[in-house]
Design a protein around this ligand. Structure first.
Ligand SMILES: C[S@@+](CC[C@H](N)C(=O)[O-])C[C@H]1O[C@@H](n2cnc3c(N)ncnc32)[C@H](O)[C@@H]1O
Length: 256
């Protein structure tokens, strides 16, 4: 690992350490029980396949996707870079069988070869420093036929409509005094400008890199089910933000 990369990972870790305590209050983060939970579960099952049981979850954060995976009957091993996230996720899922959560780096998992049916991540890939190395590692730890499932978005490029929606949402929030948890926007910006996908994470580019790592059998969709459930009953200021960042789910397989 180069010194430059080391410094950037420290920055990333520090940023998420500060956000850990209130992260579940951020819009779109916490997965509501009921319709939203079911929509995430159905989408994950579609992409992982019916038989996926041994799952490696990368960047579990506060453990929201972890809960869905456990609900699907999977045995989950999770790695996250940030100790504060690890503590929260461990507390949230204390005593649940079939779960092992550790500190670790998604770019170098140090897991055994051919061990998992699926490697799953939400909102991780945009922040990878060396995604090509990460994808080679995920290929290595998957069993033949196993699938990578990436749920992410392009957090750099916004359409004009998207910009308008965010501006209107910010305006409504200020008017209603509805401030969310504090976010260090300068730190976020600084990280975004240094990561590999600093120009934005586009599914087509991602797919090309995954193909280079050896993956095939691609499936892609928009997370319309979870988004519809997030909009339902939410105040307008939150509805406006749902789906603004061109979110996608992309999955592919290690040839079996
Ligand atoms: C936006 S949060 C997503 C959390 C969770 N996946 C979710 O969707 O609820 C990003 C998480 O990625 C973790 N992270 C960032 N870079 C990482 C890396 N290289 N390896 C492991 N975790 C990483 C952070 O610690 C943080 O918990």
């Amino acid at each position: 690992m180069s010194l430059g990369n080391y410094a950037l990972k420290d920055e990333i870790r520090e940023y998420w350490t500060k956000r850990a305590e209130t992260f579940d209050q951020s819009p779109g983060q916490f997965i509501k029980p009921g319709a939203e939970h079911d929509a995430w579960a159905a989408m994950l099952r579609r992409h992982m396949g019916d038989d996926a049981r041994q799952v490696l979850e990368l960047a579990f954060g506060t453990g929201e996707v972890t809960a869905i995976l456990l609900g699907l009957g999977c045995e989950v091993t999770g790695l996250d870079l940030t100790e504060a996230m690890l503590s929260r996720a461990r507390a949230k899922h204390a005593g649940k069988p079939g779960l092992r959560l550790f500190l670790g780096d998604a770019e170098d998992t140090r897991e055994a070869n051919n061990r998992y049916d699926a490697v799953v991540s939400r909102h991780l890939v945009w922040t990878l420093v060396d995604p090509a190395a990460a994808f080679r590692d995920w290929f290595r730890v998957l069993k033949p036929g196993g699938r990578v499932v990436i749920m992410d978005g392009d957090y750099v490029r916004l359409s004009r409509i998207g910009r308008l929606r965010l501006a209107l949402s910010d305006w409504l929030s200020a008017r209603q005094g509805a401030t969310g948890p504090a976010v260090d926007r300068a730190a976020h910006e600084a990280i975004q400008q240094q990561v590999y996908f600093r120009d934005g994470l586009r599914p087509a580019r991602l797919r090309g890199m995954l193909e280079e790592a050896g993956f095939t059998d691609f499936r892609q969709e928009k997370p319309s089910g979870p988004h519809a459930a997030q909009r339902k009953g939410a105040p307008l200021r939150q509805k406006l933000r749902v789906g603004v960042w061109n979110s996608f789910v992309l999955s592919c397989a290690k040839p079996g």
